[in-house]
Ligand binder design. Structure first.
Ligand SMILES: NC(=O)c1ccc[n+]([C@@H]2O[C@H](COP(=O)([O-])OP(=O)(O)OC[C@H]3O[C@@H](n4cnc5c(N)ncnc54)[C@H](OP(=O)(O)O)[C@@H]3O)[C@@H](O)[C@H]2O)c1
Length: 332
């Protein structure tokens, strides 16, 4: 069954690895959903740092994924592939995509789509999947964060950071964060962080140690932060690495990991199996969508650009002036 999608559509392609100008409008064939998949007529698509890495040639899509950028989108189900039974044509969804979100139509596994949370617009809902799947799977499942624990997230004003602050707070954790300016720190405090540390002026290590250390740290910085994160952890603490903006090779004394029973772990979302992503989606529906419906977790949207202006959206992302998410309006 389908809404009779057209044969071709507008999309944004990466013409060659490079700066944001390599993102160019193009006309391509509308994808056809295969077994267990749905096709979404995209209303809004979220912009994420991994899109910029892919654009620069540093994060190749999995072989089976669309080469077009875009890891999340909201919209209406336009067609249902064979064997897919969860959604019907006309349903409003927001979905984690393996790629291809910067387009008028995108397809995904039916179990990676979620309903629009109560009270949210399609624009807001488009900004949830990539950060919610990433943050939940890393702080709750991998990091084992529980109520009452101290949680530190670096880059608190990022799309990931603004989600992590609110989610950890809603889970009952005490939230600490780092960010690069007074304005960004103020935004983190407004979202529920108990302490926002401007990393240009202050060292997060003694601040966390004075509190007894962090039980869970979510880090995207790496580099010089790696040994400092180890120092900032409480005994039995968990360090969860989701990126290495400052590099992944450092000299580290692992004795502390042994003596203080620390855990160092991490993950990337995109290469994980359909099964793993479907499991995360079930967790989000059960644990995180109610936070959104209650208003304790809301996407923070920095700015909106049209699909044709995807290059401008990436310039904004790379300026690091943004607080929260950047979204592309595709239709609607
Ligand atoms: N592993 C995964 O599955 C996964 C999934 C999604 C995203 N990610 C990663 O998570 C990170 C955030 O993604 P995003 O889409 O939310 O991107 P984003 O909004 O561009 O966030 C990048 C953030 O890093 C901060 N930062 C840079 N250097 C820092 C430092 N020394 N200390 C503290 N913060 C620092 C920046 O803040 P300032 O400009 O203020 O420094 C900025 O807020 C990216 O590295 C991305 O690749 C990983």
């Amino acid at each position: 069954m389908s809404l009779s999608p057209p044969h071709t559509m507008q999309a944004i392609e990466i013409t060659s690895p490079g700066d944001p100008e390599v993102l160019q409008p193009t006309e391509v064939t509308v994808p056809v959903p295969t077994h267990g998949q749905i096709l979404i007529k995209v209303a809004y698509a979220g912009v994420n740092r991994p899109d910029a890495l892919q654009r620069a040639g540093l994060y190749a899509p999995p072989p089976t994924a669309s080469p077009l950028p875009g890891l999340e989108a909201s919209g209406v189900v336009a067609a249902v592939g064979p064997g897919a039974s969860r959604w019907k044509v006309g349903d409003m969804v927001t979905a984690l995509l393996p790629g291809g979100g910067y387009a008028e139509y995108a397809k995904c596994h039916e179990d990676h789509a979620l309903p629009i949370p109560d009270g949210l617009t399609l624009r807001e809902a488009a900004c949830l999947p990539e950060t919610c799947f990433t943050v939940w799977s890393n702080i709750a499942i991998r990091g084992g964060l529980v109520a009452g624990e101290r949680f530190l997230v670096h880059g608190g004003s990022s799309g990931i950071g603004t989600t992590a602050i609110q989610m950890a707070r809603a889970m009952g954790a005490r939230v600490f964060t780092t960010a690069g300016s007074a304005e960004k720190c103020a935004a983190c405090l407004a979202l529920g962080a108990e302490r926002a540390i401007n990393y240009h002026d202050e060292d997060f290590v003694p601040i966390l140690k004075a509190e007894g250390g962090a039980h869970v740290i979510l880090d995207m910085v790496g580099g010089s932060y790696l040994p400092r994160n180890i120092k900032a952890l409480a005994d039995e603490g968990r360090l969860v690495q989701i990126a290495f903006l400052q590099g992944s090779k450092v000299e580290l004394n692992f004795a502390e990991v042994m003596m203080r029973r620390l855990t160092i772990t991490g993950s990337t979302l995109r290469p994980q199996s359909d099964y793993a992503k479907a499991r995360y989606a079930r967790h989000l529906l059960k644990h995180v969508w109610p936070m959104v419906a209650r208003g304790t977790l809301r996407p923070v949207i920095d700015s909106e650009f049209s699909l044709a202006d995807a290059a401008k959206a990436h310039w904004r992302l790379e300026s690091s002036g943004h607080i929260g998410k950047i979204v592309l309006k595709v239709a609607g």
